[in-house]
Ligand binder design. Structure first.
Ligand SMILES: [Cu+2]
Length: 314
């Protein structure tokens, strides 16, 4: 955190110094044909702010950005959530190809064709992304963490538009507030009860890629093995992991360190690897009566609310 903060500060310092130079250098002012008049006097370096949804939903707080053409831009990307995200600017039309290629690299966009600028996924942090001088046009940006682009985590950055200041707008603030409000509303809702049946319990991840299970309560009988059919119709990877009461936070933390793999983690009763666009059947060994939490152990998903409870009755 300290190093990141220092880097951000020094990058800011450097951009301020560069801006100072350009104002002092008549040749550079002469170079900025026309476009310069769009920049308010004394606006300084082109810095644009963008944030991921604060509640961990798979979207950016802003789906449009603007900046100057043919100039370096610092995009300050912050992800306040525990779900990993990044910000990647790509050549027009390349978003699908970049998302697919990055998926194979666990979300890292480095070295992928079609990427203009972008960083590795981060959580609960802010980092500056340096966008090189790029011709005027509309450029897509996306999060390349597996499944996030497919779930709608994307936007458009217009370069060369008239207004291109980096100041956070009222719209930014309102966007963050309404995202928080909608996630609170979701928390209050969501308690679809699935019929408990020891011959086969069904649980599914949200089909639109949101970080939640369709069923947040399940029921089973004690004293006998039973199967759970977990399906994930979305491209965002998820799993279904049953844990000992009170262990959900510890399990989520331990699994996050292994990229979501719940195998061998203390407190896990049963659970599979994350899957996407598929389903699997998990056999649960006989349990004593009680209430057992289940969670998705993909990094950040439990923290975003992807959890439920299995009631085991006598
Ligand atoms: Cu998940």
């Amino acid at each position: 955190m300290k190093i990141r903060g220092w880097l951000a500060l020094s990058a800011l310092t450097i951009t301020i110094m560069l801006a100072g130079c350009s104002r002092a250098d008549p040749s550079m002012i002469a170079d900025s044909t026309g476009a310069g008049s769009d920049t308010p006097a004394g606006a300084g370096p082109a810095t644009v702010e963008i944030a991921a949804d604060a509640s961990g939903q798979l979207k950016f707080a802003d789906e449009t950005l603007s900046g100057p053409a043919d100039q370096p831009i610092t995009v300050s990307f912050s992800n306040p959530a525990a779900v990993p995200h990044n910000w990647v600017l790509v050549e027009p039309g390349q978003e699908q190809a970049v998302a697919t290629a990055a998926q194979a690299a666990n979300g890292n966009p480095a070295g992928i064709e079609g990427v203009i600028a972008g960083g590795a996924p981060i959580t609960s942090a802010t980092e500056p992304i340096q966008v090189p001088p790029t011709p005027a046009g509309e450029y897509p940006y996306l999060c390349t963490v597996p499944g996030h682009y497919q779930a709608g985590m994307a936007g458009t950055m217009t370069l060369g538009a008239a207004a291109a200041t980096g100041e956070p707008t009222d719209a930014d603030v309102q966007g963050a507030a309404s995202a928080a409000a909608s996630s609170a509303a979701q928390g209050a809702a969501g308690s679809a009860v699935a019929g408990g049946n020891a011959d086969g319990i069904t649980v599914a991840a949200d089909p639109s890629g949101q970080l939640k299970f369709q069923q947040t309560t399940l029921q089973a009988k004690s004293g006998t093995d039973f199967t759970v059919n977990f399906s994930n119709p979305a491209p965002v990877p998820h799993n279904w992991v049953l844990v000992q009461p009170g262990q959900e936070n510890a399990v989520a933390t331990a699994a996050a360190a292994k990229g979501g793999d719940p195998s061998g983690i203390e407190g896990v009763i049963v659970g599979g690897q994350p899957i996407a666009n598929s389903s699997e059947t998990v056999t649960v060994p006989a349990q004593s009566p009680g209430t057992y939490p289940y969670i998705c152990t993909v990094p950040g998903h439990y923290q975003a609310g992807m959890k439920g409870e299995l009631a085991v009755t006598p």
